[in-house]
Write a protein that binds this ligand. Structure first.
Ligand code: BES
Ligand code: ZN
Length: 627
């Protein structure tokens, strides 16, 4: 038998005599499913077709001693249809009470549906037709996946703990009860209380120094999707890098970060010239501790960045160009569901490359594009054919599991191929109109296809295999071929050196080539290279301990494959230090599947020790490899 939510409330409150309750029933699921079908996002339980959050105010108390945030999420709702229920997403949150009203709050009945290991649970709140404000009192738990609570020894200063959040893709619901679909945009404000020694910053208007009350107020006045709400709390300082940009980090790293990111004003300028005005007023970066699981995360006004980007030679700033580019693709124009993820990332890789080209020249930009193509090819070798389509089918799946180079690189190559077909000036005009038309909106792949057809292809009488690119498998045959003379030279060098002609490296030092050239060099070393030659290369260039994480990661993967055991202590040190999933996953994978005795055990041993340094999502990722 199927019940309505109202009947469920009545039945449950009669049996339990409480106004709230958790149910393990499939009825809640079937109710929720009707909305899911109408909203088009299978990763949220929210009945966004009926009622949606317009503005969220957060009252947060950050408690480091028990690693808990005590919060009240005050939702200001907008009703689209008549309904007696508002459904929010929650995951591993401890809900204490729910009230309605602004100044005079009244307790509300609510039901928590069955927990799903990917989606969490629906929080269903009974409302009458007058309700505008819903206040959810809650605390986070030790299972909260979005939050990384770091003990002092995992920070640069080793004196104070640190906290940061990671919302994308569907983790915000594990630290804030929210309608967790990217298809809804909300404004937010927050009052956050932290211990006095700490600074709190969010993806919002931010303070630039600590005050002595430990109370901070935040406003994000532009509407954003739930996954972009973010917070960081720690012993954090700020340094300005220009009139509207700067960098936050622990004091010990601040000067190095400021030097590395010196080109930020130039990047913003280049991006505005290419894609239109920057719409978020301020652009800051926070360089987080090493456990941060990504290279960067595009939280609006405040990109979160991995400290491995701070190499001293700006060689990895492309990640910052990428996150900045999300200020247009992703943050201003957002994928409506995670099945349309390529609209966020494919566009962003394309834009990132355009920024790089305009600052560092076409040579450097092409090197990146070619390297990316190599990565895409490697990825295509081992993923399911279904996941090689741009438009994904994520039924029953965790969106994070299908977020591969396909969205990023096939997506970017699709746009590059289109650009090449219609010519840059027309394509740029189209891009600018796309960002203007969809700004502060969300769109699906189908919305994009319509817009493309109407505004670029038809007016210019261009025929293009859009459907094949988006819905088809692998890489269409008209894909643009990018080559790089500089990389070809390096590949030849790799071949010679790999055959033992080590003297060819005589005139090279690490600083003579850019990071991506060395990466290509390592990738193109012959499969039968001996451990002895590996050692000779290391003696000359010291890859195993060079401090550049991209190069070290490539080197370690080859080292494991070729039985070059001298690198093992460095691998162990590296895995203990960084929590960036892009590095952890391939290195653990190569150890775990290695043909050499002892490697598998080594992977397990290192993980036991190192996992305390990883963010919860990184642990999930590594554990799926070491299963
Ligand atoms: N938005 C992503 C990070 C992300 C994706 C987090 C999916 C959670 C789920 C970010 O912009 C990103 O792509 N980072 C890359 C940067 C690279 C492509 C330059 C990274 O971290 O490696
Ligand atoms: Zn990205």
């Amino acid at each position: 038998m199927k019940f309505s939510v109202r009947t469920l409330f009545i039945i449950l409150s009669t049996i339990s005599l409480f106004s709230s309750c958790s149910v393990d029933s499939d009825d809640t699921l079937s109710i929720v499913k009707q909305h899911v079908a109408r909203v088009g996002d299978i990763h949220s339980y929210a009945n966004l077709d009926q009622i949606r959050t317009k503005h969220l105010h957060l009252d947060l108390d950050v408690n480091f001693s028990n690693k808990t945030i005590y919060g009240v999420a005050r939702h200001q709702m907008e009703r689209l249809k008549d309904t007696d229920t508002a459904i929010f997403d929650i995951k591993y949150l401890d809900i204490q009470k729910v009230t309605t009203g602004k100044d005079k709050e009244k307790d509300a009945d609510y039901v928590i549906g069955k927990n799903d290991s990917i989606l969490g649970a629906p929080l269903m709140i009974a409302i009458d037709s007058t309700v505008k404000y819903i206040n959810i009192y809650y605390k986070t738990t030790d299972k909260t996946e979005a939050l990384d609570w770091l003990d002092p020894e995992l920070t640069e200063g080793k004196k104070y703990p640190f906290l940061y959040s990671q919302g994308e893709s569907i983790l915000t619901r594990s630290w804030i009860p929210i309608q967790g679909s990217p298809s809804n945009r909300i404004t937010y404000s927050a009052d956050v209380k932290v211990p006095k020694e700490f600074l709190a910053i969010m993806s919002a208007q931010n303070p630039q120094k600590k005050n002595d009350t430990g109370m901070y107020h935040f406003e994000m006045n532009q509407p954003i999707p739930a996954y972009l709400i973010a917070i960081a709390v720690g012993n954090i300082d700020y340094k300005s890098l220009g009139s509207n940009c700067g960098v936050y980090s622990e004091p010990e790293l601040l000067d190095a970060c400021a030097n590395e990111l010196e080109d930020l004003p130039k990047m913003i300028h280049a991006a505005e010239n290419l894609f239109g005005k920057y719409q978020w007023e301020q652009y800051d970066v926070i360089v987080l501790p090493y456990s941060f699981p990504f290279g960067g995360m595009e939280n609006p006004r405040l990109t979160f960045a991995n400290p491995t980007l701070i190499t001293g030679d700006k060689s990895l700033v492309t990640v910052i160009a990428h996150e900045l580019a999300h200020s247009w693709s992703g943050n201003l124009v957002t994928n409506a569901s995670w099945e349309d993820f390529w609209l966020n990332e494919g566009f962003t890789v394309y834009l990132e490359n355009r920024i790089m080209e305009s600052i560092y020249g076409k040579d450097v930009a092409d090197i990146h594009t070619v390297i990316e193509f190599q990565e895409l090819q490697r990825t295509l070798e081992h993923i399911d054919l279904d996941d090689t389509r741009l438009k994904l089918n994520l039924e029953g799946r965790n969106p994070d599991d299908a977020m591969t180079d396909v969205a990023y690189i096939k997506g970017a190559y699709f746009l590059k191929t289109l650009e090449n077909e219609v010519g840059r000036s027309k394509f740029d005009k189209f891009l600018n109109s796309y960002f203007a038309h969809f700004s502060f909106k969300t769109l699906s792949t189908e919305d994009f296809v319509n817009y493309l057809e109407k505004n670029l292809l038809k007016p210019n009488h261009v025929r293009f295999n859009v459907e094949e690119w988006i819905y088809g498998e692998n890489i269409p045959s008209n894909c643009i071929k990018i080559t790089s003379k500089r990389l070809e030279k390096v590949e030849k060098l790799a071949k010679d050196v790999g055959q033992g002609k080590i003297e060819k490296l005589k005139n090279y030092q690490l600083k003579d080539l850019v990071t991506q050239e060395w990466m290509s060099f390592i990738r193109k070393l012959p499969k039968d290279i001996s451990a002895k030659t590996m050692k000779a290369i290391d003696d000359k260039l010291n890859f195993k301990n060079c401090g550049n994480s991209e190069i070290m990661c490539e080197w370690y993967i080859v080292a494991v494959k070729r039985g070059y055991t001298l690198a093992q202590p460095n691998i162990e040190k590296f895995l203990n230090k960084t929590g960036r999933m892009k590095y952890l996953e391939p290195i653990y994978e190569s150890l775990y599947t290695s043909q050499y005795p002892g490697d598998k055990e080594l992977a397990l041993k290192i993980y036991q020790e190192a996992k305390k340094n990883y963010h919860p999502v990184a642990r999930i990722g590594v554990e799926s490899i070491l299963k």
